[in-house]
Design a binder for this molecule. Structure first.
Ligand code: GDP
Ligand code: MG
Length: 175
């Protein structure tokens, strides 16, 4: 079976664990240890073919910095997550994007990445507009999706989209 390694990155508290756990276990977590870097497996059917996603929920704190190089190098596809209720997490997106490309020594358009604006159920607390997310994604040559781990909005879409992109790039590289 094909395997794709998906890495979930982003600032603290944006919902990386919530998104991952929601997609893999279909549960919404309200408290998850921020220092745990955890990996999950989920089998999905992509265009009639079964494939296995190895999903790595990163912790992103300083003690894990040394892990970052290894994680980015082994990752095939990346979800770069921010919270629509936290402007500073949006500002970090570019930073993560650059780190990933630098470590992999690839251009932005060569790495399967999706920018994910999470917590879209919290419309009243919104600090980053949909348009801003979309504009950044266009600039960085990647897809953009807003999600909610709480309401389960667009989570299947996000993971299937990154799996599909990853698969496409791999096929292209093997030609
Ligand atoms: P991480 O540090 O990026 O892994 O963030 P967590 O997944 O631990 O989430 C941080 C907090 O935000 C937790 O209290 C979650 O319950 C909450 N949270 C995560 N995603 C959502 C969401 O889509 N909507 C709402 N309302 N809260 C969320
Ligand atoms: Mg977490």
């Amino acid at each position: 079976m094909e395997r794709h390694s998906i890495v979930v990155v982003g600032g603290g508290g944006v919902g990386k664990s919530a998104i991952t756990v929601r997609f893999v276990l279909n549960r919404f977590v309200t408290d998850y240890d921020p220092t745990i870097q955890d990996s999950y497996e989920k089998e999905i059917v992509l265009d009639q073919n079964k494939c296995l996603l190895d999903i790595l929920d990163t912790a992103g704190c300083e003690e894990f910095y040394y892990l970052q190089g290894i994680t980015y190098r082994t990752g095939d596809g990346f979800l770069i997550v921010y919270s629509i209720t936290d402007r500073s997490s949006f500002d970090l997106v570019t930073h993560f994007l650059h780190e990933i490309c630098q470590i992999k020594d690839l251009k932005e358009e060569e790495v399967p990445m999706i920018i994910v604006g999470n917590k879209c159920d919290l419309e009243v607390e919104r600090e980053v507009s949909y348009q801003e997310g979309q504009d950044l994604a266009r600039l960085k040559h990647c897809k953009f999706i807003e999600t909610s781990a709480r309401t389960n909005q667009n989570l299947e879409e996000v993971f299937y989209a990154i799996a599909r992109e990853t698969k496409q790039i791999k096929c292209y590289c093997e030609e």
